[in-house]
Structure formats: structure tokens, C-alpha cells
Design a protein around this ligand. Structure first.
Ligand code: R5P
Length: 310
């Protein structure tokens, strides 16, 4: 087993490498002056099982291209098999045609990764579980729920908790967290009047006097979560905590969260946002590195990955 890292999240890769006591493959990833990416693997990997760690976070196009070129370089260097570890699977939000004449980027990206030569995918909290079916190779979709549940049990003392899905698409994920915490579920009826804009239509469930835990896969502009927190407080919720796997945090998101009614937002490090959230008083980052590393070890040893979530 060998581990190669791309440039998208070197902090996460080095934590994984430390956990597995396995040094990162010596490689050079450079850019030509026109921006084209150039990859060179500086050690023999013939016959090795290789894990390439590279997320599709911003700059998504560069990071995706880097992932594809790394897989191509590994294939051409006679790696025995290639596992693409994609902590944040970008381009996943377009997983069907919501309106006519749009692309399905999740399918195109899946095709590209497979065609480049990946034999297996490891990722975390796919936007929609069914994206696994866009691949004809095995996909291990890991969940941050156990990490969040442990943190909530340790940090939030309220006995009057409720888990809240910020939209209908997040119900399954929220129910899983609710089950782990043994608490009930509320659902927000969210509409998107225009791309990037969100609007709360209704809250299904009674949140009055409760400590609300909103959970989601992605926080991008922050609109969904901030509007959801406002709606909950308006309906009498006592306080709102938020747990989101992928902290995309684009534009003014960090500032928006700082000024919001959210008591604390927890994200994982599937995306390296350490600089953005450094000065934020109500954003905390939990590492997903041990979970990813353990999954990689189990894949390498052909033992169960799903046991990690029992
Ligand atoms: C949408 O279905 C996703 O699960 C997230 O709720 C969404 O991507 C968050 O985006 P934003 O923070 O820009 O509202």
C-alpha cells in the first residue's frame, strides 16, 4: 500500500499518512506557465496498491484535473490498483436534470474518474447516495455521523434536543444522526427560488423550547443554514447548533455565520479551510483523517469498512 497526495488538502493527507505510519509517495505536481498541470512520480510504484488522496474542492476544475492526471500517471507507472480517495466529491450537486437542458455533472465526473483508470472510490458523505450507481467500480461512501454524534454527546448538555434536516434531501442523513442521539426529527421545507438563493417555506415538527441540531452535507454560501437557524429561532427554538461535513464556505459565508443566530458550526476537514475559519468565534473543525485512514487500512487488508459504522 502506498499513498500519493494531490494539492487539494495536504494537511489531511499528512494526518492520514501519520496515522497509517506510511510515508507519502515522492512526487512532483507542477504547473506550466500557461496553467497546465504536470505530474511526475519520483519513485517506483510498479505492482503497488496506491491510494491517491485528492478532493474536488475549490478550485474545483484544477483539483479535478489534477486527480485525473494523477490517476493517469499511476496507471502508466504500472500500479497494481488505484483507489481514488476523494474526501470532498465536488460537482455532485447536479445529480439529475432539475430543469430541462442542463448537464448532470456528477455523472460526467464519475465517468472521467473511471475512464482515467481508478479501480475504487473512497469518499465522505456523497451529496446523494445514489451517485454510487454512477460508477461501475466499488464506491465506499463514509459518514461523518459517528464523529458528529460523539462531539454532540460531549459538548451539548441540553436534554431537550431535536435534529433538524435543512431540506427534504437531508432527511436520511439527519435521521441517522437522530437515531445515534436517540432524539426526534424536524424537517425544513426549503425552496430555491434561484440558484444560490434559499427560502424557508415551513418547519415540519415542533421545535419550541428545544436545542436544535441542524445537519447537512455541504455549507457553501451559508444561505441554507443561516435561513434555517432564523426560522427555528422564530418558531421558539432555544438555540441552534450546526454540523456539516463539507465546509465549502464560499464568498461571505464565514462572516454570515459569525453574524447569525448559530451558536456553533462544526465542519470537518474534508476541505482545507483552516485559514478561513481561523478567526471565527463560532466555527469549529473536526478531523475526518482517522476515519479515512482506517477505511484505507481496511480496504488494503480486505476487511470490512461498514463495521466502522456499527
Ligand atoms: C443542498 O442540497 C445541499 O445539501 C446544501 O444544503 C447546499 O449545497 C448548501 O448551500 P448554501 O450554503 O449555498 O445554501
Amino acid at each position: 500500500m502506498k499513498i500519493l497526495t494531490g494539492n487539494s488538502n495536504k494537511n489531511l493527507s499528512s494526518k492520514i499518512s501519520k496515522y497509517l505510519k506510511n510515508k507519502l509517495v515522492n512526487s512532483s505536481i507542477r504547473k506550466f506557465s500557461d496553467g497546465e498541470i504536470y505530474i511526475e512520480i519520483n519513485e517506483n510504484i510498479r505492482g503497488n496498491s496506491i491510494f491517491i488522496i485528492q478532493g474536488i474542492s475549490s478550485p474545483a476544475n484544477d483539483n479535478l484535473m489534477e486527480l485525473l492526471l494523477c490517476i493517469d500517471a499511476l496507471k502508466r507507472s504500472s500500479a497494481k490498483n488505484i483507489t481514488a480517495v476523494i474526501p470532498y466529491f465536488g460537482y455532485a450537486r447536479q445529480d439529475r436534470k432539475v430543469v430541462p437542458r442542463t448537464s448532470i455533472s456528477a455523472k460526467l465526473v464519475s465517468n472521467l474518474i473511471t475512464k482515467a483508470g481508478a479501480d475504487r472510490i473512497v469518499t465522505v458523505d456523497l451529496h446523494a447516495g445514489q451517485i454510487q450507481g454512477f460508477f461501475d467500480i466499488p464506491v465506499d461512501n463514509l459518514f461523518s455521523t459517528p464523529i458528529f454524534a460523539r462531539h454532540i454527546k460531549r459538548k451539548i448538555k441540553s436534554k431537550n434536543l431535536i435534529c433538524v434536516a435543512p431540506d427534504v434531501g437531508g432527511v436520511e442523513r439527519t435521521r441517522a444522526l437522530g437515531r445515534k442521539l436517540d432524539v426526534g426529527l424536524a424537517i425544513i421545507d426549503k425552496r430555491r427560488p434561484a440558484p444560490g438563493k434559499s427560502q424557508v417555506m415551513n418547519v415540519i415538527g415542533n421545535v419550541k423550547g428545544k436545542t436544535c441540531i441542524i445537519t447537512d452535507d455541504i455549507i457553501d454560501s451559508g444561505g441554507t443554514i443561516v435561513n434555517a437557524a432564523d426560522a427555528l429561532i422564530k418558531r421558539g427554538a432555544k438555540e441552534v447548533y450546526v454540523y456539516v461535513t463539507h465546509g465549502v464556505l464560499s464568498g461571505e459565508a464565514v462572516e454570515k455565520i459569525k453574524k447569525s443566530k448559530i451558536k456553533n458550526l462544526v465542519v470537518t476537514d474534508t476541505i482545507d479551510n483552516s485559514d478561513k475559519v481561523k478567526k471565527s468565534r463560532n466555527i469549529e473543525v473536526l478531523s475526518i483523517s482517522n476515519l479515512l485512514a482506517e477505511a484505507m487500512r481496511r480496504i488494503s487488508n480486505s476487511t470490512s469498512v461498514s463495521d466502522l459504522f456499527k
